[in-house]
Design a protein around this ligand. Structure first.
Ligand SMILES: Nc1nc2c(c(=O)[nH]1)N[C@H]1C(S)=C(S)[C@@H](COP(=O)(O)OP(=O)(O)OC[C@H]3O[C@@H](n4cnc5c(=O)[nH]c(N)nc54)[C@H](O)[C@@H]3O)O[C@H]1N2
Ligand SMILES: Nc1nc2c(c(=O)[nH]1)N[C@H]1C(S)=C(S)[C@@H](COP(=O)(O)OP(=O)(O)OC[C@H]3O[C@@H](n4cnc5c(=O)[nH]c(N)nc54)[C@H](O)[C@@H]3O)O[C@H]1N2
Ligand code: SF4
Ligand SMILES: [Mo]
Length: 781
């Protein structure tokens, strides 16, 4: 292996201290000298680092960061440098498979597609498109989502479409919509180059966006380093570098963030001019947060009052602020409500729409932003509003169909409800693409039962024989990154074009080709009898998307494949007004909340009840941002005598999700070969377990056995990474989601992966643990 650095032993690489302009450093990893390079970007997290793919004799042999790219300035992290190896893995799926007499056997594309088409038509005749559901990904390309969105909404007419983005960034979209009127991140990564203070909320950025963290590490090593505040119950790599680390009990984000808001307001350092000119709702916020004294916050969350004051002082004094929010908020209690409070913090201090001030309601997956933009989840394409008849009519015009074909009589069906309908039998065909729910959804025993239902046709479109494929009726072999062309958009709205570098293995096809083939075989037509899908390739789909997004916040109309291939990443909106893309949104402090423009009329943050069109008309904020407060609700499952510990779940730096890619890279898999259960020194001592001892962990829903890892976590709390399933280790129950709970946020509908009550015992011995006094505080207000 020829590599510029060892990212396994040194995750972030050498320092380039700076303030202002981040210096370049080009990272690369090759197994052979390439004969040519192909322009692309990394598809292993939402950071979207620009890279070139090295090709030799028609095979991928490595990657190299692009120095001129606005996102990474040449750097790549461990996953970016090593996970491409999975493309060349010998166990790729190369032929469609159909279940016959209980076993999956090879079939032709014609056989597989005709089976799907026949079943689709039968269901549509018997019960309309309501019998068909799509569950897609945050890892396909923009062009694929847009095409799928049209097929589902205009071809079949089903509201049952969503992505694994529901598990990932539904709260990001919801929090942005509730505050600013539409999805779309206000800031730019360049804000990190000068900001005075950075706040990370439930986000372990050092492990999960390693290159973005390198940017912060380089700032920390340079002149005028930023102050860092981290809210996470574990001592993560990120928390280790914090100026102030607040470690709340899981599920108590609202007390902590309300406490911070209260202290900031009391300090008087708020921007009253900004508040009165550009926001509505401030007085309600004051009423709710004023009772969250530091002492009350400490009592409920366990965060010491003096530490909360330290953090609040920094936030009240700073002149610029960048905040990031991720799964510790999105997958925990009161997800949308807590994330919205971070928006409120920026609004009351007037810290938005200018250099050094950014809010990142972070994305996780590389293309999650596109799932949301293109309508492959519940949303309407280009941030249009389901409840606004004009918006629906606009889409019908673009697609040249009758407006009533687009299902808009009720809110779109979210993923957790799609699975419920499949369980109850009203959805009879479930088409899963680019996701592995048999490892990633909560309560896996239930998920397996649904997948195995006799009266449900399960189609799985993937590149590998995943745990989910093993329960499928039809498996479609997919081409992946490097083997197809398309765009994706990162967290700071930077769009990259990823060009096809090599052919897919065997008969594998791109998701775009599969979706178009389905549309042709289903004979979907527009009003004039022409094909509903008007393109045959990715560039055609992109041109279609440009038309659809024109005039909306995510305007791509000024981009083209040619333009994207010249530079190295363009931010949306890119149009006549911003031909090179726009760094910040909301620079004039006009938000997307006007009644005819907004993506949603909003919700009650505590109940999820939707605001009606009539109600919204009355309060039309005409471009002002919403300040919406929320009070505390305890987690839905709490420790008790039988299940005395709280369990949380998440990630490690070397693996991506269910490891279909990173588990096939020797470097990455050797670095993190197995799951574990993390516990505090105090708990380990009390329970008499040592590092590496195997323990059984049991919740009301299932049981796993894991080796113990000691330290870096608050007493009473346990942590298991959710990456490890069964494809490479069928012998031991070890997937964290055997234990997790089927509950979700009332607004974003994102599942609560971050808490469940468990008991543990040493493998083969009696139950360990007693009720922890700290944890019983949860129930006391
Ligand atoms: N290495 C790696 N990087 C990735 C991914 C990956 O799988 N591996 N996946 C990508 C994707 S899709 C995503 S969504 C992101 C996720 O990125 P992150 O959100 O950073 O990842 P997690 O580990 O899920 O959760 C973050 C932290 O939340 C904390 N936490 C748990 N409960 C609470 C709580 O109640 N309150 C607070 N404040 N914190 C809590 C956990 O201790 C954990 O450290 O990462 C992306 N990047
Ligand atoms: N307990 C717990 N559970 C969690 C989380 C947690 O923190 N804790 N996090 C949640 C989050 S944030 C996320 S994002 C999900 C992730 O969960 P999943 O989406 O299930 O995870 P992946 O392993 O990324 O699955 C993607 C699948 O798509 C395939 N694939 C890759 N590229 C392509 C392509 O181009 N086309 C097709 N057709 N297939 C492709 C891969 O081989 C893989 O099987 O997990 C969620 N589940
Ligand atoms: S930070 Fe994310 S996008 Fe960049 S190299 Fe790492 S995994 Fe890829
Ligand atoms: Mo995610």
């Amino acid at each position: 292996m020829i590599q510029s650095r060892n990212s396994i032993t040194d995750i972030w690489g050498e320092r380039h201290p700076y303030y202002g302009e981040w210096p370049a450093r080009v990272d690369q990893s090759l197994t052979a000298e390439p004969d040519h390079w192909v322009k692309s970007a990394c598809v292993l997290c939402s950071n979207g680092c620009g890279l070139d793919i090295a090709v030799k004799d028609g095979c991928i042999v490595g990657v190299r960061g692009r120095a001129e790219d606005r996102v990474n300035h040449g750097r790549l992290g461990p996953k970016g440098l090593h996970a491409w190896m999975a493309n060349n893995s010998k166990d790729r799926l190369t032929k469609p498979l159909i279940r016959k007499n209980g076993a999956l056997v090879e079939a032709t594309w014609d056989e597989a597609m005709e089976m799907i088409v026949e079943k689709s038509k039968e269901i549509i005749v018997e019960q309309t498109g309501l019998g068909i559901g799509f569950y897609t990904s945050g890892q396909l390309f923009l062009e694929e989502y847009y095409t799928l969105g049209i097929i589902g909404k205009a071809g079949i007419g089903t509201p049952h479409m969503d992505g694994n983005t529901r598990l990932c960034t539904a709260t990001s979209a919801a929090a942005l919509k509730e505050s600013f009127g539409s999805d779309g991140q206000p800031g730019s990564y360049t804000d990190l180059d000068t900001t005075d203070t950075i706040l990370h909320c439930g986000h372990n950025i050092a492990s999960q966006q390693t290159v973005l963290w390198t940017r912060i590490l380089d700032r920390l090593a340079g002149p005028n380093p930023p102050k860092l505040i981290v809210i996470d119950p574990r001592k993560t790599f990120t928390a280790e570098k914090a100026t102030v680390h607040l470690a709340p009990r899981v599920g108590t984000n609202i007390p902590v963030i309300n406490g911070l808001l209260n202290l900031i307001i009391q300090s008087g350092n708020i921007n009253t001019d900004f508040i009165s000119r550009h926001t509505v709702g401030y007085d309600d916020l004051v009423k709710v947060v004023s009772k969250w004294t530091p002492e009350k916050v400490e009592h409920l969350s366990g965060v010491p009052a003096f530490k909360l004051k330290e953090a609040a002082d920094l936030l009240a004094q700073t002149k610029t602020l960048v905040s990031t929010v991720l799964q510790g908020f999105y997958q925990s209690m009161q997800a949308t409500a807590a994330s919205v409070q971070v928006n409120n913090l920026h609004l009351i201090r007037g810290m938005i729409g200018r250099d050094g001030c950014g809010i990142y309601q972070m994305n996780g997956q590389p293309t999650a932003q596109n799932t949301r933009e293109c309508g492959a989840d519940g949303d309407l394409p280009a941030f249009r509003n389901w409840s606004n008849k004009q918006h629906v009519a606009e889409l019908a015009k673009i697609w040249n169909i009758e407006t009533d074909k687009i299902p808009h009589w009720a809110p779109p069906t979210h993923a957790m409800q799609i699975w419920r309908y499949a369980e109850q039998g009203s959805i009879r065909l479930l088409w899963i693409s680019g996701t592995n729910p048999a490892v990633s959804l909560p309560e896996l025993a239930r998920v397996r039962k649904i997948l195995d239902k006799e009266d449900l046709l399960v189609i799985v479109q993937d590149a590998f024989m995943t745990e989910t494929c093993q329960h499928a009726d039809i498996v479609l072999p997919a081409a992946i990154w490097g083997e197809k062309t398309g765009c994706f958009t990162n967290v700071d709205r930077t769009v990259h074009l990823s060009n096809k570098a090599v052919n897919p293995p065997g008969d594998a096809r791109s998701d775009l080709d599969i979706f178009i083939d389905y549309a042709r075989r289903m004979d979907f037509k527009d009003k004039d009898g022409n094909p509903l899908i008007k393109w045959n390739d990715a560039e055609g789909a992109f041109e279609g998307w440009k038309e659809c997004s024109k005039g909306r916040p995510c305007d791509y109309s000024g981009m083209s494949y040619k333009k994207l291939n010249i530079g190295s990443g363009i931010q949306w909106p890119c149009n006549d007004e911003y031909p090179d893309g726009a760094k910040h949104l909301y620079t004039d402090h006009t938000f997307n909340t006007a009644k005819d423009y907004c993506e949603t009329y909003g919700h009650d943050l505590d109940t999820g009840a939707a605001v009606t069109e009539e109600e919204y008309k009355v309060l039309d904020p005409k471009g002002k941002a919403f300040i919406k407060p929320s009070d505390y609700t305890p987690p839905h499952e709490l420790p008790d005598e039988e299940y005395p510990f709280m369990l949380t779940t998440g990630r490690v730096v070397y693996h991506f999700h269910t490891r279909t890619k990173t588990g096939r890279s020797k470097q990455l898999n050797d670095a993190a070969p197995d799951a574990f259960i993390q516990m505090s020194e105090e708990d380990a001592a009390e329970l008499g377990v040592a590092e590496g001892d195997m323990v059984e962990v049991e919740s009301r829903r299932g049981k796993v056995t894991e080796p113990v890892k000691i330290g870096g976590i608050e007493p009473g709390l346990l942590f298991i990474p959710f990456h490890y399933g069964y494809w490479d280790n069928p012998g031991r129950s070890r997937a964290a989601n055997e234990l997790t709970i089927t509950e979700w946020d009332p607004v974003s509908k994102q599942p609560h992966f971050k808490y469940s009550a468990v008991k543990i015992k040493k493998a083969g011995q009696g139950v360990l643990g007693k009720i922890r006094s700290a944890i019983s505080q949860f129930t006391k207000q």
